[in-house]
Design a protein around this ligand. Structure first.
Ligand code: NI
Length: 252
């Protein structure tokens, strides 16, 4: 049985068939999932999903692309929501320099504020890092709190080592199944087994053999299969290890 540690089942792409799809997950081998908030609205939606389904938990946080209008009262709201019994983490938070907006200085402020909120509440946090690795690490080191995961990791094996040396987790998504993904495959091969998580980030990043179609949490097994193949292990072992890691990380 698999644990999808990062999914967005509240996304509008699931509006037509969400309940049927989620009802099919257990039959597909999915035992647990964390639905990740990316702004105030989706954080609220994540909690609603987690209240409805016993095997889905929630995280609350504002993604770097959504921090432009963030306010102090949003931070207060996140803190209240974080105390909800179904909320297991702060996230996704971080830095995204792929586009020019919002201003990196604004992104840094809200990344740090939300990271310090996780620290204050002694909760794990989920990091989105796109083209911003040095600044992400600097802010994490400054906060001195390493109970986090680098989600959908796209950095080098060397960067993965820096992160796991700090005690953080690395989460591998569907790109590892792509033919032309030597970097992610190298990371999947070298990350210490006790720091490895798997995720779908659905509805995005659909793994092979469904690349190009809508992703969903049950496809996390294809990522597990690929990692098992790369490491010369049984997929059941990868499932068990990533289940234990995910439960430890999120305190589930
Ligand atoms: Ni995500």
């Amino acid at each position: 049985m698999f644990f999808d540690t990062h999914t967005h089942l509240d996304d509008e792409k699931f509006d037509t068939d969400r309940d049927e799809l989620i009802a099919s997950f257990k039959g597909e081998g999915l035992a647990l999932a964390v639905n990740i908030g990316a702004n105030i609205k989706t954080s609220k939606n994540s909690i609603a999903l987690a209240e409805k389904y016993d095997f889905i938990y929630a995280s609350v946080g504002v993604h770097p692309n959504d921090v432009a209008g963030m306010t102090e009262s949003d931070l207060v709201k996140l803190e209240e929501w974080a105390k909800h019994p179904r909320v297991v983490a702060i996230g996704e938070i971080g830095l995204d320099y792929h586009y020019d907006e919002p201003d990196p200085e604004i992104q840094k402020v809200w990344f740090e504020r939300q990271l310090l909120l996780a620290k204050k509440l002694n909760m794990p946090y989920v990091v989105h890092d796109r083209d911003a690795h040095a600044d992400v690490l600097e802010i994490i080191k400054k906060a001195g709190y390493f109970n986090g995961v680098m989600h959908c990791f796209s950095g080098s094996a060397e960067m993965a080592r820096q992160v796991t040396d700090l005690g953080m987790y690395v989460s591998i998504a569907g790109q590892v199944t792509f033919k032309n993904a030597p970097k992610v495959q190298a990371v999947a091969l070298c990350v210490p087994l006790d720091k490895l998580l798997i995720e779908t980030d659905s509805p995005y990043l659909t793994p092979e053999p469904f690349r190009g179609k809508r992703n969903n949490s049950s496809y996390v097994k294809y990522t597990a299969q690929k990692i098992a193949e790369l490491r010369g292990m049984e997929v059941a072992e990868i499932a068990k290890i990533t289940m234990e890691n995910g439960r430890r990380f999120y305190n589930i």
